[in-house]
Each structure stands twice: as C-alpha cells, then as structure tokens.
Write a protein that binds this ligand. Structure first.
Ligand code: 6R9
Length: 648
C-alpha cells in the first residue's frame, strides 16, 4: 500500500508556535545545550525561588540519579490557579459535561476553581493531611476530581488517583502499597446511564485487608443512599462548608513528589510511578502548548479519564497551567448514541480534540452519519494517544471527523514519561497516518537490537531514550531498586520503553507496540502477569497464561490459556465464572475475550512457559510458531491449535 503523506497546511506552516525551522533549531539546542534550552522553557512557570541548577541526571548504575531544577521551589496548584486570577479569573477553567445529555453541564471559572481547591485543601488539612502524605482519590470524571488533585498539590500531599473502573481488590492493593490513610470517593459514578458503586467499593476494599484508612471523604454524585461509617466517613459538601476559602500554597521543592500513579508492567504487581513537581510541570506545560499549538481562549478537550496519566497531564495539569479552558466529560462516546462526542464538540465549540484510537474505531464502526450530522466547524486540531492508531482509523478521523482540514497529532508517551515524547507538531511536520513522527524537544530516541546494538538510519528495533527529560518518573514508590532494574538494565545507560519502533527513511518514528508482556486493551495498559495471578487465585485453576490478541475495536483483546485442577471438569459454566472472577479481581477492563481450557501449557524442559508460542496462537499466526522441538511435550501445541476457540 502506498504511504500517504499530508503536508503541513499553509496557515499552520506560517502561523504555528513551532514551525519547521523553529523545530529544527530548538530541537538541536535542546540536545546540544539542555541547560540553556530548559532555562528558557522553565520561564513558563512561576517559581517561588528560582533554580540555579537545571539538569543533574545519570542513567548509569554507579551514579544513578535524576534531578531537574533541583534547588528551585514552586507550587503547582498556584501555577494552575492563583497566577491566573488577576488576568483570567473569570475565564472558564473547566467545562464539565455529564454522562447524560439531559443533565445540565457545569462551567467553573478560575476564580471559582481556586476557591473550591482552597476549601478542599483546608478540609484535608483539618483531617490531619500533611505535606508528603499520600491521599487516594477514587472518583468519577467530575470537576471535584480535579479539585481534589489540585488541593493535594496545594498542600504538598501526594495524590494517588485510582481509576474508578478498578475493583475493590485492585483499589485495596493500591491503598496499601502507598500507605494511604485517607480516601476520597463519591457515592456512585455514572457511565452510560449505569451506576458504579464507588463508595460500596471503597467499603469493600477497606474490609479486605487490614488498612490504615481512618478518613473517607464522600462526594454526592447521584444522591444514592450509601451507608456512612460514623467517625470515618465525611460528606464532602458538609466538610468544605465549614472551611475557609483561604489556603496558602505550600512552597515545594522542584524534586518534592507530586503524585503516584499505578501502572502495569511486564512482571509483578502494578508499580507506583512517582512524578515530582518542577520537571513534570515544565514538561507537561511545554508539550501542551507546542503539541496543541495552544492559544489563550481556545476550548480544548482531552477525552481521557483522570484515572490515567493522560487525564493527569492533559485534562488537569497542563491545560490549567496554561490558563486554558479544559473540557471534562463524564460519559462514554457511544451513549446515548454514537454522536455524543461530536455533539459535545458543537455544544462547547471545541477547537482541539484529543482522544484514543479505541474510541475512534468504535465510532467508525457505527458509520459516518453519526459524525456528519453534527457541525464540528469549531475543530482545528485533532490528537490521538494511548495506543498505535491504525492508518484506516487515522484516515477516518482525518477525513470524516476533521473534514480534511485538521492536522492530527499522534502522540506517543507513557505513564513513566509524564507527558508527550514523540509526535508530529502541527506547524512543523508533514503527517504520515500511523506514525508518531518526531521526538519532542529534549528527547533522543534510539533503536536497538535485542543484543543492544544501536541501529542507525532506517530500521526497526527496541525503543530506548538516550538521556533524561524533565518529566521523567523519578522512582517506583517504595522500590527504587525496581525502578532501576525495570528501566535501565535492559540497555545499560539508557531508558528502555518496552515498546518496539521503526524509523523510516525520512526519520519518522512508527511505534509498533509493546515488546514485553504488557498488553494494551482499549488504550488501557495491563500486565499479562496481573491477569494470570487473578486467574490462578481462583480455587479451581491450577495454571494460567495470558497473551494479547488482535481486536478490531479494542486494539488488543485478552486471550487466556487455563489449566484447571485435575478433579475439575472445565465447561461453559466455569468459563463464565472465570470471566466474572477476573472482572471482580481487577475490574471490567480486564475481562478476558477468550478463555481456552487446556490440560497443559507448552513448557520447556526446565519448566518455563513458552510464551512466544502462546502469543502466536493468540495472534492466530499459526504458520509462524517457530521451533517447538525444545518443548517438554510438543503435542501440547497440537492440542492447543486443534481446540483454539474463535472469538465471539
Ligand atoms: C500515555 C499512555 C503507554 C503505552 C506505550 C505504548 C502505548 C501510547 C501511543 C502508544 C503507539 C501512540 N502508546 N501512545 N503506542 N502510538 N501514540 O498511554 O500511557 O497508559 O502508560 O501506556 O501505550 O505501548 O508504551 P500508558
């Protein structure tokens, strides 16, 4: 298939913040003289005490460490709120659209948001929350989620947002891991008209294990009748009513922790990715302004949930730092019907829309009419994030949603990277559908062979980053050694991303997907090991192996191979039971698409599961199973192939 290229539209080439010439010059400077480059970019923020040192980083074992702007001080909430009040106090900070179009939307100005954040921060303080303490947030997509995050940042508490789709078990693990004494939640969430029992989930989570939680703040979203525990539970509204609207922002060191966000890796339980204050703020704000060519006054909408890193950086922190109007949507793209996104675009006059390929694929399936019946004339720029976007979905997004006039920024990054690492910039780079194009300032990507040899020019390999950037994670909460082992030992002295990547003859980068045991289901990142341990926790399961499989809408689906205990007869009822079990253990996002029962898993003579073979079966790439002769029992594979179920 001939590769299509979309040149930079003339008005973008002339007027964008970053034109092709600016990109080349600034990119070179960012690598040649990071000190000067970041000194200039950091002026985007208000510092309390200016930093004198910029970059102090090493990826080598002997002197490993990552510090940016280390002696500067600032407060991120003050950067998101206070500094805008004089000039933009009455500008809308958050435009909130509820799940149901029949409910009223809300708009909150910077002044109002500032007041709410101060009151909530004082409520936290009244309940003993101190600088450095962890606060777990388990909230739906409502403005109060942003209020709670900013309130933590204001007083120097570390927030740990747990996606509201996670189960009590998953929530309990995250509360425990970061030793959180306080949880903020809502009575219920609403998604596609369905009620999500958030408070009940918190109660269940706290009953599961010994927990040190002594305070639960409960926001009323649906007014459901939820039992409140005397002495532990506090109603949000009652709580803040008694608080003053004056709360001084804590002076934070640039390297003081800002938040923990749990994310899945290839092994073990989810890692608490820790981001600090100054570098993260500079990185998020800068990328936001350049990637979206953001100009004051524009209406911007990132459709991610605050439970994921995209919601942290590009729904809450970066847009608010830049004084933008950020849209928050509580619902889903396909309810009440497949026009919902584009109706919201029209309702608010959204100019920049940033969404996930999985949503686009789901909408594409429903037909163009749901899109074309809306106006969308306000749109000027589109973005994509979370997983590779297939060229077909890209073309549809460009042609149907953007009517051919809106550039698409396909932004590659990770929870670990804080914000965008590779993307085309709309005024600088011609677009190739499916390519994340070029590195952001300060990012030096390297492609390597599995043996660690650097690939020059065009080629495909493992993607690593040569040097630190300000928004890089600083550690895994409570396990610094795991941080080093996970990211800096595969290729010595480099940050290893876990992704595969191709560089074409024009120097464009194409992310090919994870090359470790992480799968990406509807843009949600999951470790196959987590799903396996959920399965084997079931009393009837002896062993389980999970791999990804191609899925038209979700990108990847979940394919589980399960061996039951010998006395158990695997049947349809057990299959259904296991599906429910995994949903309960982790959450609905981990629902297996296929469970294949098998008397045995393919293993080497030393007892290692040959995942390579299972992956090929998952991909239905049966011609390329490779060498199976080293298996202890090669007939296991024949059995698996003969019995491979087809997806429903
Ligand atoms: C921001 C976010 C990270 C993983 C990453 C990669 C995949 C994200 C992508 C993309 C291709 C893009 N990914 N954006 N792959 N093109 N534009 O999604 O963070 O949840 O940590 O996931 O997602 O595989 O390694 P996170």
């Amino acid at each position: 298939m001939a590769e299509s290229i979309y040149p930079v539209p003339a008005d973008w080439a002339d007027n964008a913040l970053v034109t092709a010439a600016v990109y080349d010059e600034r990119y070179r400077l960012s690598l040649d003289d990071p000190d000067r480059f970041w000194r200039e970019e950091a002026t985007r923020l208000d510092w309390i005490k200016p930093f004198t040192t910029v970059k102090d980083t090493s990826f080598n074992e002997a002197d490993f460490g990552i510090q940016w702007f280390a002696d500067g001080t600032l407060n991120l909430a003050a950067n998101c709120l206070d500094r805008h009040l004089a000039e933009r106090g009455d500008t809308v900070a958050i435009l909130w659209e509820p799940d149901s179009p029949d409910e009223a939307s809300r708009s909150i100005t910077y002044r109002e948001l500032h007041e709410q954040v101060c009151r909530f921060a004082n409520l936290l303080k009244a309940h003993g929350v101190r600088k450095g303490e962890r606060v777990t947030l388990y909230l739906p997509m409502v403005p109060e989620a942003a209020v709670a995050m900013l309130a933590c940042a204001r007083i120097g508490a570390i927030h740990s947002v747990v996606f509201a789709g996670f189960s009590p078990e998953a929530l309990a693990g995250r509360i425990q891991d970061c030793d959180s004494r306080i949880v903020v939640t809502a009575d219920e969430g609403l998604r596609a008209g369905k009620h999500v029992p958030l408070k009940a989930n918190v109660d269940a989570a706290l009953g599961l294990h010994e927990s040190g939680v002594d305070t639960v703040i409960v926001l009323k979203r649906t007014d459901a009748d939820v039992p409140m525990v005397e002495g532990r539970d506090i109603d949000w509204t009652d709580g803040v009513a008694a608080q003053s609207a004056d709360c001084p922002a804590e002076e934070m060191n640039a390297e003081d922790p800002l938040f923990i966000l749990y994310t899945s890796g290839s092994t073990g339980k989810p890692k608490g990715v820790l981001h600090t204050t100054g570098g993260y703020a500079v990185w998020a704000a800068m990328t936001f302004q350049y990637v979206f060519d953001y100009r004051p006054g524009q209406i911007y909408w990132c459709a991610a949930d605050v439970g994921w890193v995209t919601g942290h950086s590009y729904v809450v922190y970066a847009p608010l730092m830049m004084g933008a109007t950020t849209v928050m949507f509580e619902g889903v793209p396909t309810w009440p019907d497949a026009s919902r996104f584009w109706q919201i675009v029209d309702k608010f006059g959204v100019e920049i829309f940033y969404g996930a390929p999985t949503a686009l694929r789901a909408l594409m399936r429903e037909g163009d009419d749901w899109v074309t019946r809306t106006s969308r004339k306000s749109l000027r720029l589109l973005g994509s994030v979370g997983e590779p976007i297939n060229p077909e979905a890209w073309e549809w997004y460009h042609r149907v949603v953007g009517e051919g006039r809106c550039p698409i920024v396909d932004t590659w990054w990770q929870t670990e990277t804080g914000a965008c690492m590779m993307t085309p910039l709309p005024g600088a780079h011609a677009l190739k559908p499916g390519s994340a194009a070029m590195p952001m300032f300060g990012v030096k990507p390297l492609l390597l062979t599995p043996e660690g040899e650097v690939i020059e020019g065009a080629g495909e390999g493992c993607l690593a980053i040569a040097d630190s950037w300000p928004g890089q994670m600083r550690t895994v909460w409570g396990d610094h050694e795991r941080f080093f082992q996970t990211y800096f030992t595969t290729f010595k002295g480099l940050y290893f991303t876990g992704d595969g990547c191709r560089r074409d003859a024009d120097g464009y980068y194409w992310i090919t997907g994870r090359i470790d045991d992480v799968i990406n289901v509807s843009g949600h990142r999951m470790g196959t090991a987590e799903i396996e341990s959920a399965l084997v926790a079931h009393p009837k399961v002896a062993e389980a192996a999970v791999v990804g499989m191609p899925h038209d809408v979700k990108g990847q689906g979940i394919y589980a191979f399960v061996t039951t205990n010998v006395e158990v007869e695997p049947n349809e009822a057990l299959r259904r039971e296991l599906v429910q079990w995994v949903r309960r253990e982790i959450g609905p996002i981990a629902t297996p698409d296929i469970i294949q029962f098998t008397p045995a898993l393919p293993k080497t003579r030393s007892g290692k599961i040959m995942r390579r073979i299972l992956r090929k079966i998952g991909e239905n790439d049966l011609a390329n199973l490779g060498d199976t002769s080293t298996l202890a029992d090669p007939s296991v594979v024949d059995h698996l192939l003969a019995e491979r179920p087809q997806p429903a």
